[in-house]
Structure formats: structure tokens, C-alpha cells
Design a protein around this ligand. Structure first.
Ligand SMILES: Cc1cc2nc3c(=O)[nH]c(=O)nc-3n(C[C@H](O)[C@H](O)[C@H](O)COP(=O)(O)OP(=O)(O)OC[C@H]3O[C@@H](n4cnc5c(N)ncnc54)[C@H](O)[C@@H]3O)c2cc1C
Ligand code: SF4
Ligand code: SF4
Length: 768
């Protein structure tokens, strides 16, 4: 039975095609275990060149920290290594070369052979040296080459430098000593080291079927030399590129059966798809879809095949079977080293719930001292208030302490408390949510400015601080002009249209009559500064644009914006309004950016996007009722409708829930699941696309290496890699893409780009 933690992880990734998790790493790629650094594939460097770069950078970082004496000192202990490097792939080899160059005492451990992952590529595979705009760092050689030539060059470099590589010696255990150093156990002995660099990659852990007989010697999990086999019965299990490429090569000289549990081969490179179709048509490969291997026995495998709803068993003779169903994150190994993975829900909801409840209860008792009503009408006086304040304080400290210990439920409780309070108080003086009723709004109104004003200041400040960080992360550090413009645009719109205009510029425009004498003296216009949000926010996001007796100018602009400007913008830019302009999307893209990889992925998560249609219908219904209520006397319906929309959508769905879950589900929960404007733009973009008029597409060339970076970083949970592998055009007919361009930015192979007509491949993102 799954425990709660696994169930939560399962819900967040339900239906997802890949494990997007990684170890938690901080500055200098340090894991939660101090002194243990993680590099390469395991740390998210998806290609050889980037893994090599990390090898060099980590040794420079470690060298500096050892010299600065910030780490544990080994004194004159001659047996103590400065750094133990684990894994002789691209990252580990380059790290070892750098360690040697800079005079650090090191050992490089390797479980099998030097560059084992690349050794396991099929014979003759061409290895790309992407990204080609970045020079290779360090002493290891890299250029586009056949895998055999690359490996030969690397062996030569290892020999020339006399590198201390201990092959066939896996790290099996690692213990942190009381003096801060490490004791590492391998199959051959023990090492002591001041620092450890883990460069073990993710590929050395083939996924298993976990069926009886899988350990037989005719059953393999890699295919090294397909041309070694002739006139044999071969079963290949899997539906990805590795399985299909293996099946294709093996089918040149053998009889091949390809068993796949899915109903179609949907994750193949375009080339592989075409070759597979031909091989099936020629009878060289027999595909058995909807099939699961139940067991292997000597010379015979049993498949369970789903034929239209009922299961049949089929026995298949085989000489060799290749189970090529991908690799798994070596979770058990990482856990055994004490390494934490992203989004781990340690602990139980008990403490988080109890402490959050105590925090609210404490404030409830504190409230009367600040002008609120006494709980239950009891008069508890100052003692009650002090006790309430103390309980609230202790509960906050408790939540933080639990959170620091890794209990995400406590962080969830604290995050909920923060955003519930901020928004529950903002509903208005005297209308605040419990337990702030009667005191919250006034307590947060300073310097003769109401909480609503300070809320906007807080919002803009959060966006600015985190927006500058995101600008640096995606734009400046990568010299990516597209992202520089995007974050500049988001910050400019927030500052000008969603802060300065409604809070200052509108009032000045009236006071100094920049809008003309007539408008400035018209109270219907001049007294409603809040309507200036409607200059950029279209209905139904800015839901009140035609309600509550607006000046004619706002009615006309509302119609032009909603039904003219937005559809036209969508024609050329898809839903880029969400990632370039909107303040709601802006907080998600900036404050929520660091958690973008946690966006729910998979089919279930996509199906839930239908909630946006419900909110859109709700908005349309309430707007219509509000507009016709005087004509048809629908006052009660209108009152309930507008109250319901305000509380459910404006407060809970916009303000409280999505921001609460930023650290757990990424920033785009509102935009993706509930925003009625996003849904309206989605429908509009779909129509433009279906009529072949849309100018918004992302296209892929044939260089995808299935590293998953694009899918992992898509904040609206799109499996971009699926499109890239099949070289299919990604647009709004099949996805809810908001055009943030992060997938294009992170792709290490320059596979993705925007195109104007979906055919050409004109990169918009340019380096340098
Ligand atoms: C099919 C495929 C095609 C690819 N094509 C390309 C391409 O064309 N160009 C490109 O740049 N990238 C490509 N890649 C990605 C590339 O392989 C990785 O980015 C690169 O290998 C990562 O290097 P690394 O050093 O982090 O990890 P790896 O190269 O995976 O090295 C990890 C090493 O650690 C060892 N190890 C594991 N556990 C232990 C242990 N407990 N103790 C000691 N040693 C251990 C392993 O045996 C292995 O040798 C491709 C990947 C795949 C799967
Ligand atoms: S598919 Fe790419 S551009 Fe579209 S939302 Fe996802 S990351 Fe952004
Ligand atoms: S398209 Fe996606 S999966 Fe393919 S190489 Fe680029 S980032 Fe990796």
C-alpha cells in the first residue's frame, strides 16, 4: 500500500510520462548533506558539455572553500582526500582532471567502466556536442563524433594524465563523521574525504519489469552490439526510442517481436516512427501493443495481451529478450546517502494542521485587544489577548521549525495562513474573514493608506524582487534576449499599469486635468480610479468592467479590449498575455518561478483544465444577470451571483489558493485551471489555429535527445518533449501553452524555436 507521501507525489505527477524529480541542491551544487555536492545529469545538466562544465566549476568551488578554510579541516592526515569523486562519466572525469590540475588530493570511483553511459550507447551512435554556442570547458575533449571515437579520446586523456580512476569499484555507503568529513565504503575498501562529488548520472539504473525470470541470462537491460545476433528469436520490450532503435537494428538479421504496454508508439523520433512503420509493413517486426510480460522462462516468455477489454495470455519463444524501458532515478541509492529529493512530503499532516489551527485560534483570542469581537462573547480581557498572541507566536515558530526539518505540511499550513490572511483581510474593513473580522483591515492600514494600497505595494515588491532574480536566471545569465524582454515587460506592466496608474497617475491625471477638463470634473469618471485596471485587464479577468455604473469611456474601451484587441493579440501571440503582460501571471512567473518544475504533469492534470470553462461560464452568467437585472427584476439572483463570484473566484481562486500552493504545484495554478480570460484566449487561439490563421507555434528540429528539460520546466505542465521527439508543432489547438519560451530557453540542443507559419524554424531566442 502506498504511504501518504507517495500518494501526494503520485497525484502531483499523475499520468506523467517521466520522473521529473531531482535531488535538492543549493549553492555550489551542495545537497542537503553538507559537503556532498551533486553534478552532471543527476543535477540537471542534460548534455555532455554542460556536465563537463559542472565538473570544472565544482572543483574550483571546492578548492576555494577548502582554501578559505570554511570546511572541515583534515590537518596533516595523509590519508584524507580533499575530494572523492563518484562516477567516471563526463562530469566526474572532468572534475578529476581539474582536481589533478589544481593539486587537490582526489580519487575517482567508477562502478563499471570509464564513461559507462556513453559506452552503452548503441554501436556507431553519433554523439552531438551541443549547445554549439558554448565552448567545452576543462581538459576532456568534446566534439561531434562517433561514440567509439569519443571514448577512445577520453581513454587517451585518462592515460596521458595518469588519472586515478578506480573502475569496477562502486560507492556503496557514505557516512558523515563527527568532524564533518566523510567515510566512504566501496566494494574494495574505505576512503576518508573532506568533500564528496556525486556524478553518478541517472542512466545507470535501468528500469526493470519486476517479473519472474527477469534475472535469466538471456534477458538483458541494455543492448550493446545488436549486430552480434543472427537468425534468432528476439523479444524487445518497450515503446521508446531506445527500444524501437534496438528492434530496428536487430530486425535486420533476426525475427523480432516488439512488446509494448501502450496502445501506440507516441514518443518516437519522427525518423524512428517512419522506419518502424516500414519494418512492420515488411513483416520484419511484429508489434504486440497493449501487452505486458508476465514471466520469462528458459526459451519462453508469457505475455498478457489486452484484446479489446479481455486479457489473453500468449506464449512466445525467444532466444534473447531486451527490456529497454528507460532508466530510473536511483532513489534508493540517493536516500541511502541521506540525500533529499525535491517535493518530498516528509512527516504527516497532523502537526501542520494542529499548529496552523493553533495559529488561527491564537489570533482569534488576540483580536478583541485590537478591536475585534470576543470569541464566543467571552470577556477574556488582556490576559486572553496576551495568551492568544503567545499561542500564535509559538505556533508560528513551531511551523517554521517543523518546516526546517523537512515537513512540507507545515510549510503548506504557513503558506495558507499567510495568503488567507492577506486576502481575507483585503475584502474590506468590517468584512474581513474570521478571525480578523473587525480588526484586520485597520491593523494593516498605515500612514493614512488602506490595506488595499499596501497589498498592491507588497505585490509589486514581491514581483520586483523575484522578477529581477528570474530576469537574471533566464535572461542575463543565459544571454537570452527573449527572456530579458519578457521579464522586463512583466515588470513594466506591473509598475506602470497595475501600481502607479491606479494608485497615483490616475489621481494626478484628474487633479491636473491631463484627461481634459470635462472628464476631470465628471465624478462618474474621476471618482473611480480602480477602473484604470481595465485599461489592460480585459473582461472577464477584470470582471467589473461593465458593472456598477461605469463611465461610457470604460464601457467602450472594455468592448474594444475584450472583443477586438485581445483576439487580435492572440492571433499573433497565442496566450502570451499570460506570460508577458498580466499581473496575476506576473506573480506566478516571478515569485512562483523557483517552483515552476513542480507544476502538475500528465493527463489527469491536463483534464482538470476544464475547470476554467466552468469559471468562464460562471463569469458570463453573472455578467449577463447583472446587466439585465433592472429590466427583468433579477435583483436577488444578481446579488447572490456577484457575491458568490467575488468570494469564490476573486478571493479564493485568485488570491488565496493558487499563491498558497506556489511552492508545491508551481505558480500557474490560477492561470492554468481557473482564469476565465485565459480560457477565453485558449478558445480564441484554438479557432485561429484550426482555421490556419494563428501565427503562434513552437516547432522542433530533429536534435532532441529526450533529456526532458523542456517538459520539466513547463509551468503549465505540457509534455513538450513529446512534441519535440515527434517533431510535431506545438500550438494552442493541442496545448494550453502560454508562450513563456522557457522550454526554448532551457533546451540544450537548440531543438525548439518559434516559427511564423509552423514550418520554418526561426530561432527567436538568440545567445550573445
Ligand atoms: C540515448 C541517449 C543519447 C544521448 N545523446 C547525447 C548526445 O548526442 N550529446 C550529448 O551531449 N548528450 C547526450 N546524451 C546525454 C548524456 O549521455 C549525458 O548528459 C551525460 O552522459 C551525463 O554525464 P554524467 O557524467 O553526469 O553522467 P553519466 O555519463 O551517466 O556518468 C555517470 C557514471 O557514474 C557511474 N556510477 C553510477 N553509480 C555509481 C556508483 N554507485 N559508484 C561509482 N560509479 C557510479 C556510472 O557507471 C557512470 O559511468 C544522451 C543520453 C542518452 C540516454
Ligand atoms: S510549452 Fe514552452 S512556451 Fe509553452 S508554456 Fe510550456 S514552457 Fe512556456
Ligand atoms: S526538446 Fe526538450 S527533451 Fe528534447 S533536447 Fe530539448 S529540452 Fe531536451
Amino acid at each position: 500500500m502506498l504511504n501518504l507521501r507517495e500518494r501526494v507525489a503520485g497525484v502531483l505527477a499523475s499520468g506523467s510520462t517521466a520522473d521529473h524529480r531531482r535531488p535538492v541542491i543549493g549553492r555550489g551544487n551542495e545537497s542537503n548533506v553538507k559537503g556532498l555536492h551533486i553534478i552532471g545529469d543527476l543535477a540537471g545538466a542534460p548534455v555532455i558539455k554542460l556536465a563537463m562544465a559542472q565538473g570544472v566549476e565544482i572543483i574550483d568551488y571546492i578548492g576555494e572553500s577548502l582554501r578559505a578554510g570554511t570546511s572541515s579541516s583534515a590537518g596533516s592526515d595523509g590519508e584524507m582526500l580533499d575530494v572523492l569523486i563518484v562516477g567516471a562519466g563526463a562530469a566526474g572525469l572532468n572534475a578529476a582532471l581539474r582536481a589533478q590540475e589544481t593539486g587537490l588530493r582526489y580519487v575517482l570511483l567508477e562502478k563499471e567502466k570509464i564513461a559507462n553511459t556513453i559506452e552503452n550507447f548503441p554501436e556507431g551512435k553519433w554523439v552531438y556536442a551541443e549547445p554549439d554556442t558554448t565552448p567545452a570547458k576543462g581538459k576532456l575533449w568534446l566534439d561531434g563524433a562517433r561514440k567509439e571515437d569519443l571514448i577512445e579520446r577520453w581513454h587517451q586523456i585518462v592515460r596521458d594524465n595518469g588519472l586515478d580512476v578506480r573502475t569496477e569499484e562502486p560507492l556503496t555507503a557514505l557516512k558523515k563523521q563527527s568532524d564533518g568529513t566523510f567515510l566512504a565504503t566501496t566494494s574494495n575498501g574505505q576512503y576518508r574525504s573532506r568533500k564528496v562529488v556525486l556524478a553518478t548520472g541517472q542512466r545507470g539504473n535501468p528500469r526493470k519489469l519486476k517479473v519472474p525470470g527477469e534475472e535469466l541470462e538471456q534477458v538483458y537491460h541494455t543492448l550493446y552490439s545488436p549486430r552480434k545476433y543472427t537468425d534468432e528469436n528476439i523479444i524487445v520490450v518497450g515503446g521508446g526510442n531506445s527500444a524501437v532503435e534496438a528492434a530496428l537494428t536487430l530486425s535486420e538479421r533476426n525475427k523480432v517481436l516488439l512488446s509494448y504496454r501502450g496502445g501506440e508508439f507516441s514518443r518516437l523520433f519522427k525518423d524512428n516512427r517512419e522506419q518502424l512503420d516500414r519494418a512492420i509493413a515488411d513483416g520484419r517486426i511484429e508489434p504486440v501493443l497493449h501487452s505486458n510480460v508476465r514471466r520469462f522462462e528458459a526459451g519462453r516468455a508469457t505475455l498478457e495481451v489486452d484484446s479489446g477489454g479481455h486479457q489473453e495470455e500468449r506464449e512466445v519463444p525467444f532466444d534473447h529478450a531486451f527490456v529497454l524501458i528507460g532508466a530510473e532515478l536511483p532513489v534508493r541509492f540517493l536516500k541511502s546517502l541521506g540525500i533529499k529529493l525535491e517535493n518530498e512530503w516528509d512527516g504527516t499532516p497532523l502537526w501542520g494542521t494542529l499548529l496552523t489551527a493553533a495559529l488561527f485560534a491564537g489570533l482569534w483570542f488576540l483580536g478583541p485587544a485590537l478591536g475585534g469581537a470576543a470569541p464566543g462573547g467571552w470577556e477574556l480581557g488582556t490576559t486572553g489577548a496576551y495568551a492568544g498572541g503567545l499561542v500564535a507566536l509559538l505556533a508560528t515558530v513551531g511551523l517554521v521549525a517543523q518546516g526546517m526539518k523537512g515537513d512540507r505540511w507545515s510549510w503548506l499550513g504557513l503558506s495558507f495562513f499567510a495568503w488567507y490572511s492577506i486576502y481575507g483581510i483585503k475584502v474590506g474593513s468590517g468584512q474581513e474573514f474570521w478571525p480578523f473580522k473587525g480588526w484586520g483591515y485597520d491593523s494593516l492600514s498605515f500612514f493614512e493608506r488602506p490595506w488595499a494600497f499596501w497589498y498592491t505595494v507588497l505585490y509589486t515588491a514581491l514581483m520586483t524582487i523575484f522578477g529581477l532574480q528570474a530576469l537574471k536566471r533566464w535572461g542575463l545569465d543565459r544571454r537570452d534576449r527573449f527572456q530579458i524582454w519578457r521579464f522586463t515587460s512583466l515588470l513594466a506592466f506591473q509598475w506602470i499599469f497595475f501600481f502607479l496608474l491606479p494608485e497615483f497617475l490616475f489621481q494626478w491625471a484628474v487633479e491636473y486635468q491631463w484627461v481634459g477638463e470635462k472628464l476631470a470634473n465628471d465624478p462618474q469618471f474621476a471618482d473611480q480610479a480602480w477602473r484604470s485596471y481595465g485599461l489592460i485587464y480585459a473582461w472577464p479577468l477584470f470582471f467589473y468592467t461593465w458593472l456598477y455604473d461605469p463611465h461610457q469611456i470604460w464601457v467602450v474601451w472594455g468592448v474594444v479590449l475584450t472583443f477586438g484587441v485581445i483576439p487580435l493579440f492572440v492571433l499573433f501571440n497565442g496566450k502570451r498575455y499570460c506570460s508577458w503582460i498580466c499581473g496575476c501571471g506576473g506573480l506566478a512567473e516571478t515569485f512562483g518561478d523557483r517552483w515552476r518544475h513542480l507544476a502538475p504533469k500528465g493527463k489527469t492534470a491536463i483534464k482538470l483544465e476544464v475547470m476554467g470553462t466552468a469559471v468562464l461560464l460562471f463569469a458570463i452568467g453573472v455578467t449577463v444577470v447583472m446587466l439585465v437585472k433592472d429590466t427583468y427584476g433579477l435583483y436577488k439572483t444578481a446579488d447572490w451571483g456577484i457575491y458568490g463570484y467575488r468570494i469564490l473566484v476573486d478571493v479564493w481562486l485568485v488570491g488565496i489558493l493558487p499563491v498558497t500552493v506556489y511552492p508545491f504545484m508551481g505558480g500557474k495554478v490560477w492561470c492554468r485551471y481557473w482564469c476565465p480570460l485565459a480560457k477565453m484566449m485558449q478558445f480564441t487561439s484554438q479557432i485561429w489555429t484550426r482555421f490556419g490563421l494563428s501565427r503562434f507555434h513552437i516547432v522542433a528540429n530533429d536534435k532532441c535527445i529526450a533529456c526532458n528539460e523542456c517538459s520539466r520546466n513547463c509551468q503549465v505542465g505540457i509534455d513538450v518533449m513529446q512534441y519535440a521527439l515527434k517533431q510535431e508543432t506545438l500550438d494552442n489547438a493541442t496545448s494550453s501553452c502560454i508562450g513563456c519560451g522557457i522550454c526554448v530557453t532551457v533546451c540544450p540542443m537548440d531543438t525548439l524555436s518559434y516559427s511564423k507559419d509552423g514550418k520554418e524554424s526561426l530561432p527567436v531566442v538568440q545567445s550573445g
